[in-house]
Each structure stands twice: as structure tokens, then as C-alpha cells.
Design a binder for this molecule. Sequence first.
Ligand code: ADP
Length: 267
Amino acid sequence: MAKERTYTNLIFIVGLSVLMLVMAWFGYKNIKREIELAQIKSDFVSNVSHELRTPLALINMFAETLSMGRVKTEEKRNEYYGIIQQETERLSKIVNKILSFSKLEADKWKFNFAKTDLNSLAEKVYKSYKFHLQQNGFELSFEPFIGTLEVNIDSEAVSESVINLIDNAIKYSDNVKRVVIRTGRIDEKVFIEIEDSGAGISSEDQTKIFDKFYRASNGNVHNTKGTGLGLTLVKHIVDAHKGEIKLNSKLDEGSVFRLIFPVDQIS
Ligand code: ADP
């Protein structure tokens, strides 16, 4: 009887120990996750503050200089007005990105699908971005697919994705400043892609960059301002179209982000 009781007690003690170990492991996992979340949150707040501070400081400085009448030539005045306008646009882009993200989180993002020619959409973005890129020392080219690329998409949302990709191409290209917008068709799918010859992304980071708030920190990249939300929004938009994103990138050589949409979505 004593032997049996010892045996039962032993099983009980082993069982209890295992249970405690499992609980400790879950506890550890939870605490680790909480710490990571707190870190991500504080990084995000500091990243956004940095992103907002630069344009605000520039607007303040140039507006003050203009209002004090210190700018003597018309040419200089126009240049300063241009900077104020450019920085205001940058500010509204950041705010819009955060608003889109909060819509996404609240599951309140509504898409308006309509038949759209992807070539025209790409050309529109190309034309409105050409000047901006050239001013920043970039060579921007457009290589459209020869033929029609009609597809059922939310053109505003897809344009927003393409603009996010172009913004990233600009931000992460320090040496070779070359961006290509390309459209194409493969079987029953159409695509629009943005190619750059910039920093590139390591294969390890390629799986993480679409996560919310994630920012890769290799080379100069961590010096570049950002919220870590752009690619999260792009992925959400492409998913809503039942499409896919293909990323082809090599560190220090550049990246190609291809957004692929199924044609049979056309109603
Ligand atoms: P953000 O640019 O605001 O940090 P994104 O979600 O747009 O946020 O991008 C996430 C990360 O992916 C960036 O921080 C950067 O490390 C990497 N990345 C995105 N696009 C490129 C690109 N074209 N070239 C190199 N790295 C890129």
C-alpha cells in the first residue's frame, strides 16, 4: 500500500511539475510578447514624431522667413513657397497613412471596384511623379504593356499602393537613383511593378517587412524616416483584390515589388 501511495504521489508530483513548467513557459511567452509590443509601440511613436517634426520645422522656418519680408527676389520666394507646399503634402501623406491604417485595424476599409485600365492608372501615377523624382535626382521610366490591361479594381486604393512603393523606392535608394514603373500580363493575371536599384532587402527581412510597424535596420535604412505602415497597407489592398505581391530583392542591388491582380475578377 505504501509503495502504491509513493507511486501515486510521484505521478502527482511529476504531473504538477510539468503543469508548472508549462504555465511558466506561457507566462514567459506572454511577458516577452508584452515587452516586444511595448517596444514596437514606443518605436512607432518616436518614428511618427520624427516623420512629423521635419516637415513642420521646414514649414515653420520658410513661412517665418517669408512673413518677415526677408526674401528679396521673386525666384527665392517661389522656391520657398514650393518647399512649403511640398512639405505640407508630405505631412498629409503621413496623416493619411495613419488614418488608412486605423480604418484597416477597425475593419472599416470599403473598396469601390470598377473596370480600370492598369496602363492608364500607371501612366497617371508616372506623370504626376515624374517631376518630383527628377527633382530628387532620380531617373523614372515607364514601361507599359502593349495591349489592354482591363481589370476590376479600386483604382484609388491601387494608386495609393503604387505611390507607397514609389515613395519607398525613393527613400531606400541612396546611390543608384533609378526607378521603373512596369505593367504586364501573364495568362489570366495583370501586374504593375516598381523596380529600384537601391538598398535591397535581405531574405530574412523580406518575410517581415509586410508586418505592421516593421522596419528593417540594415545599412543606412534605419536612418531613413518611416512609420513601418506603408507595406502593411499595400498588402491589405492587394489582399482585398484577391491578388498577390511578389518581391524580388537582393541586398545592395535593389528591389522589384510586383502587385498581381486576377483578370477574372471583371464582372
Ligand atoms: P517605412 O518605409 O515607413 O519604414 P514600409 O512598411 O513602407 O515602412 O516598409 C517597411 C520596411 O521595408 C522599411 O522600413 C524598409 O526597411 C523596407 N523596404 C521597403 N521598401 C524598400 C525598398 N524599395 N528598398 C529597400 N528596403 C525597403
